[in-house]
Design a protein around this ligand. Structure first.
Ligand SMILES: Nc1ncnc2c1ncn2[C@@H]1O[C@H](COP(=O)(O)OP(=O)(O)O)[C@@H](O)[C@H]1O
Ligand SMILES: [Mg+2]
Length: 239
């Protein structure tokens, strides 16, 4: 009997980008916001992207989030190219790969917490019932089991941002992109929401890129990448 050799394909990294640039506008008004970014993030990592205002963090996150196309360079999400795509292909890529968390919670004020999560899932093809089940499960996972029927205005800032975390992870997109998720919170709530995001994503296997310049939460990162003026200037592993 011949020995069979199992070939286990290596898991592609969550993100692999090379020579990425982004120029806004053209001619005399052209502005290069990203000036050649190389970056690799392994599946399951919790990476913080840190840099001053105007350094290109949101631009980079928007490219990774399939909202913007890069001007030059290549970007792979889980081995799948997201550069050189037509505008019309981007929504499908977003739905397949990405959960977003914004600086403000961006919840719909007219909807309850569970509806805020269930409605986008229904737009992604979930049945009404399956969407509600997933919404309640993720709200429970973020500690809001007793708030399913509350509207955003009936929740504290920290609770609203936890609903936003639940909405981002609902439907299990492999990549969570958070753009300054603690910016509108006090120190204590900011820390709690980031700890929650980290623990939840690690349990569920989501990869996270969290943009921040809130140095009170830096220690929660597996890895920190520092960006200045459209270039990556430093990377630190957690010790
Ligand atoms: N749509 C746009 N058109 C022109 N310039 C832009 C646009 N968006 C961002 N910029 C510029 O690109 C630079 C990086 O912006 P951004 O990615 O939002 O930085 P950050 O999120 O780090 O504050 C800034 O100088 C900003 O003014
Ligand atoms: Mg920004």
């Amino acid at each position: 009997m011949s020995a069979s050799i199992a070939v286990v394909p290596a898991l592609p990294p969550a993100i692999e980008i090379k020579g990425l640039t982004k120029t806004y506008g053209s001619g005399a008004l052209a502005f290069q916001a990203l000036k050649g970014i190389d970056m690799r993030v392994e599946a399951g990592e919790f990476m913080m992207l840190i840099g001053p205002s105007g350094s290109g963090k949101t631009t980079l996150l928007s490219i990774l989030g399939c909202v913007l196309q890069p001007t030059e360079g290549t970007a792979l999400l889980f081995g799948d190219a997201i550069h050189g795509r037509k505008e019309s292909e981007l929504p499908r890529l977003r739905l397949e790969y990405i959960g977003f968390i914004f600086q403000g919670h961006n919840l719909m004020n007219a909807l309850t917490a569970e509806e805020n999560i269930a409605v986008p899932l229904e737009l992604r093809g979930y049945s009404h019932r399956a969407a509600l089940v997933e919404a309640r499960e993720t709200l429970t996972a973020v500690g809001l089991k007793d708030k399913f029927k509350k509207r955003p205005e009936e929740l504290s800032g920290g609770q609203r941002q936890r609903v936003a975390v639940a909405r981002a992870v609902a439907g299990k997109p492999p990549l969570i992109l958070a753009d300054e998720p603690t910016a509108s919170l006090d120190a204590e709530s900011g820390m709690q929401v980031t700890e929650l995001l980290k623990n939840l994503c690690s349990e569920r296997g989501h990869t996270v890129i969290c943009v921040t310049h809130d140095n009170r939460i830096y220690h929660l990162a597996d890895r920190k990448t520092f960006i200045e003026d459209g270039r990556i200037v430093r990377e630190d592993e957690a010790h």
